[in-house]
Design a protein around this ligand. Structure first.
Ligand code: 2GW
Ligand code: MN
Length: 294
């Protein structure tokens, strides 16, 4: 009987504690993977607790973004919104790769943030622009980023942030569940299945479908990831095959066998073309409408 009273007391005190930090908890979504990685949704964490923890560690986080050719038009919207909402109040270094450094608009940075503009060549095929990102990121981690940041995230430039993306995204290896694929059954997810490709995922395998528009982690983990993905891209090229969704296919292959330690829900990258289902309580980052792109 004493044990029962104890358990009840524990449960009750914990419930009050939880409620005081997380007023509206989620019961409608998966919040933990079978390998015990949290899936971050609105209503599953207290940003105050996380901020205080993160602050003590004096961490620096990097953001890598590419804006080549016509995509320079997205720099302004991305940079000004990311400067406001990405890890607000914490040190962030933005690494902006572009083929046109002169055309970068002036951006007023928050005092704790920095912006490095890094010139890159432009490839004629867009698939090559997208896929060469893996190579460029890994090479810069080796030569520069590893000395400047603890964590590194890669984000598409054709996006805007509308709500805070905070320290709840920080972990060793982090993937974002694609807003196109989160309800799809495994058989109908867009994995590469041709066995000739290095990105091939065998039938019956695959956990989630991750977007290449937003992923990251510790510099060491992102180094391993980008190296492995680029190797896959190159091997495919030698064999005259290109994976179905380019770098994204290779990313999905990598994350299947190197499980992310944390997943971000589609709230963290919502496609502008999709309507919002009830489980998406906030759209923190959205793609810019395709129509305005090309
Ligand atoms: C891309 C497609 C068609 C024409 C141009 C480009 C392009 C991309 C470009 O001219 N200049 C450029 O800088 N990019 C960069 O590549 C930019 O950072 C952009 O955000 C990123 C990915 O291209 P994007 O945003 O057009 O592709 P999405 O939004 O359809 O994203 C998914 O598919 C891509 C590959 O098929 C990538 O894997 C991407 O990460 C995915 O989310
Ligand atoms: Mn995009």
């Amino acid at each position: 009987e004493e044990i029962c009273v104890c358990l009840y007391e524990f449960y009750r005190s914990f419930k009050d504690y939880l409620h005081s930090h997380i007023p509206c908890r989620r019961r409608d979504v998966l919040v933990l993977t079978p390998w015990l990685a949290p899936i971050v949704w609105e209503g599953t964490f207290s940003r105050d607790i996380l901020n205080a923890q993160y602050m003590q560690k004096k961490l620096v986080t990097g953001v890598v973004t590419f804006a080549v050719k016509k995509y320079v038009q997205f720099i302004e919207g991305f940079m000004s919104s990311a400067n406001k909402y990405f890890l607000a109040g914490h040190q962030v270094i933005f690494y902006l790769f572009t083929d046109n450094p002169e055309q970068i608009p002036h951006i007023q940075m928050a005092p704790e943030n920095r912006l490095f503009v890094i010139p890159v060549q432009n490839h004629s095929r867009w698939q090559d622009i997208s896929m060469s990102r893996m190579d460029i990121i890994s090479r810069y981690i080796r030569s520069q980023f590893q000395y400047e940041v603890h964590y590194l995230y890669s984000i598409d430039v054709d996006v805007q942030l509308f709500e805070h993306i905070g320290v709840e995204i920080i972990d060793a290896l982090v993937g974002t569940i694609s807003s196109w694929q989160y309800t799809a059954r495994r058989e109908s997810k867009s994995y590469e299945t041709r066995t000739e490709s290095q990105a091939a995922i065998p039938k019956g395998e695959g956990d989630f479908y991750y977007t290449a528009s937003f992923y990251g982690g510790s510099v060491a983990e992102v180094y391993k990831l980008t190296r492995a993905c680029f190797k896959g891209v190159m091997k495919d090229r030698e064999n005259g095959i290109e994976a179905r969704w380019h770098d994204e296919s290779h990313l999905n292959k990598y994350l299947l066998y190197h499980k992310p330690t944390r997943l971000l829900s589609p709230e963290y990258y919502w496609d502008a073309e999709l309507s919002r289902p009830r489980i998406i309580q906030v759209k923190r980052m959205c793609s810019v409408h395709k129509n305005s792109k090309k």
